[in-house]
Write a protein that binds this ligand. Structure first.
Ligand code: SAH
Length: 254
């Protein structure tokens, strides 16, 4: 059996209980070495074979899984954050389907959740934004034209931008072109939940400068939007005048 497991954003105790148990019983662990915290590997049993997939191709990863599978072993494919986001798991799952091998996916805490926690922020503030856009700048992996940053920025929703810390001047230019004002609140979160985590609050205009001042070049998320500001409306859910399934407005006390 093969398990694609989300390792969480960095802190080793932010993996799920299920993910940790699978690491403890795995015979083979293939981990995405560039971002998975190696401390997680200490959960592995002594006899476990461990490969860092950073230097492997898809074909080599699949071959290692097939080999383990033929020997009746249990494999954990450990991906950073949640595997569904920029995890390149679909191509692995499709390859396993072709061989008729079954697998399961165990979700993880994505770095965008770790980043909000680091900033003590809420992405979906009433009266500010009720939408979170997770995206990236085009790099060697292209981004469909319909998802170009300026077009997404036009929504003025909360934006979380992955894989783009090396392109901040271009990112700022696209955000401004999309209609964000230069003083829109922005933040950089470097290695959210790791011991060397850094958070930097700035504005859209100052993103590149802020990154330079704090020596942030990679492993960071760029957050954009007024959810980083101070104004919002209180929630209906906890408002005394608001009835719902579990509470009658007449019983509400301020
Ligand atoms: N599946 C992962 C994302 C992998 S893409 C997830 O759910 O988080 C890799 C990018 O994610 C990095 O370039 C960076 O932009 C971001 N990232 C991953 N871990 C991070 C962390 N702990 N803090 C900040 N950004 C992180």
């Amino acid at each position: 059996m093969i398990f694609f497991v989300g390792a969480g954003p960095g802190a080793p105790d932010l993996i799920t209980v299920r993910g940790q148990r699978l690491l403890q019983t795995a015979d083979l662990i293939l981990y995405a070495g560039s971002l998975v915290n190696p401390e997680l590997l200490s959960y592995a049993k002594k006899t476990c074979t461990i490969f860092n997939s950073a230097s492997m191709t898809l074909e080599e990863v699949v071959a290692a899984m097939l080999h383990a599978e033929r020997e009746g072993k249990q494999t954990v494919r450990l991906h950073t954050g949640d595997p569904s986001i920029y995890g390149a798991i679909r191509e692995q799952m499709d390859a396993l389907d072709r061989y008729g091998i079954s697998y399961e996916v165990v979700p993880g805490v994505s770095s965008f959740c770790g980043a909000a926690a680091a900033l003590r922020a809420e992405y979906t503030l009433p009266g500010v934004s009720q939408t979170v856009i997770l995206t990236r700048m085009a790099g060697r992996t292209p981004v469909p034209e319909t998802e170009e940053i300026a077009g997404l920025a036009a929504h003025q929703a909360t934006m979380v931008i992955f894989l783009s810390t090396g392109m901040l001047p271009a990112l700022t230019q696209r955000l401004l072109a999309g209609g964000y004002s230069p003083d829109t609140p922005a933040a950089l979160v470097y290695k959210a939940t790791w011991e060397d985590e850094k958070t930097v609050r700035c504005t859209v205009q100052r993103l590149a400068q802020a990154a330079q001042e704090h020596a942030i070049t990679k492993t960071a998320l760029v957050l954009i939007g007024h959810f980083l500001g101070n104004d919002y409306e209180r929630s209906c859910l906890y408002h005394p005048a608001f009835s719902h399934e579990f509470r009658d407005a007449s019983e509400g006390k301020v």
